[in-house]
Design a protein around this ligand. Structure first.
Ligand SMILES: C[S@@+](CC[C@H](N)C(=O)[O-])C[C@H]1O[C@@H](n2cnc3c(N)ncnc32)[C@H](O)[C@@H]1O
Length: 221
């Protein structure tokens, strides 16, 4: 087993990316469970999780620790949030999702994982949950919406602690199906820079996801 350089509680085992299972014996999305020296691990499927794909493609500067607090925009049924929950065992993840159907599935995961807090709300209206979410160390955004850079920046300004980080997962086709993905990536990146954000790392998600780009960012000073 090998620790992934610089990423809290993420490892390579049997040629798979894994995280230590916070809830012994429990699977979240049918993933394999592996054991090593008395600890159970969950295999992290990069085709089901863009963050898993980004880590396998070399993301290195993700600054998480055991007690990190995270705001997750677009938590869906909890696949990626559950791996983050393994990585920040003493922290908290505010899992925001606006679809009641996905929320029902997410609730099943949050009931078991006490560091995941479900919030049925709209990421385009952050002032509505201003009193429910504290300042966080990391904001992850995967809502696959045309104006997701704008809502990501607004949430970053409202909820990020000093020296915190954010990660924006851009799916080119969700922004404009008629434009070339490279052009969309340049435009989204330029929006972030114009609004005072620094790009720390850029990661393409191929071969796991086509025409997707992950941007790790911080607020510039
Ligand atoms: C691509 S899926 C997220 C998958 C998830 N990040 C994972 O890796 O497990 C996008 C999710 O964002 C949710 N979503 C889209 N727009 C949203 C908004 N404005 N506020 C909250 N959730 C939103 C959708 O309902 C959907 O569940």
């Amino acid at each position: 087993m090998e620790q992934i350089d610089g990423i809290n509680h993420a490892y390579f085992m049997n040629q798979s990316l894994v995280t230590p299972n916070l809830i012994l014996g429990e699977k979240v999305y049918g993933e394999k469970l592996l054991e090593c020296e008395g600890q159970e691990y969950r295999v992290w499927d990069p085709r089901r999780s863009k963050l898993g794909a980004a880590i396998l493609n070399g993301l290195t500067n993700l600054d998480l620790s055991n007690d990190s607090k995270i705001l997750y925009l677009g938590a869906s049924s909890g696949t990626t949030p559950s791996h983050l929950s393994d990585m920040v065992p003493d922290g908290l993840i505010y899992c925001l999702e606006f679809s009641p159907r996905m929320m029902r599935e997410l609730l099943r995961v949050c009931e078991k994982r006490k560091n995941m807090i479900p919030l049925l709300d709209d990421a385009t209206r952050p002032k509505k949950y201003l009193n429910l979410v504290e300042k966080v160390d990391f904001i992850y955004c995967d809502v696959a919406q045309p104006r997701q850079s704008e809502l990501f920046m607004e949430n970053m300004r409202l909820f990020l602690k000093d020296k915190g980080q954010g990660m924006l997962m851009i799916k080119a086709r969700s922004i404009d199906v008629t434009k070339k993905p490279q052009k969309i990536f340049r435009e989204e990146e330029s929006k972030l820079k114009t609004h005072g954000f620094n790009i720390l790392e850029k990661i393409k998600l191929e071969p796991y996801e086509k025409d997707h780009l992950g941007l790790l960012v911080e607020i510039g000073f």
